[in-house]
Design a protein around this ligand. Structure first.
Ligand code: SF4
Length: 86
């Protein structure tokens, strides 16, 4: 089963852009919070072992990059159908 992190907000993406590079604008980007740290996680790694779960940052090139559409209702899980009406 794929890990589920809450979708990053637009503010999260903007604040992480200098550190995360491409990941901050990718639909596979996940942001995990601990009490003292933030971790950039790649959701694509759940389905494709070629991708690091925690990629070295900043990412400047990535063959898995898909620009985030701003619609956070999508799923990184290819087994999960898109919501009705799409
Ligand atoms: S697919 Fe690439 S750019 Fe997108 S989150 Fe994963 S490592 Fe970052």
């Amino acid at each position: 089963m794929a890990f589920r992190a809450p979708p990053p907000s637009a503010e999260d993406r903007q604040s992480q852009r200098p550190r995360a590079g491409l990941c901050a604008d990718c639909r596979h980007f996940q942001l995990l919070r601990s009490k003292i740290s933030l971790f950039v996680r790649c959701g694509l790694s759940d389905h494709d072992s070629k991708f690091n779960r925690y990629p070295p940052l900043p990412v400047t090139f990535c063959p898995g990059f898909i620009r985030n559409s701003g619609d956070e209702s999508h799923s990184d899980d290819p087994q999960t159908p898109a919501p009705a009406g799409r």
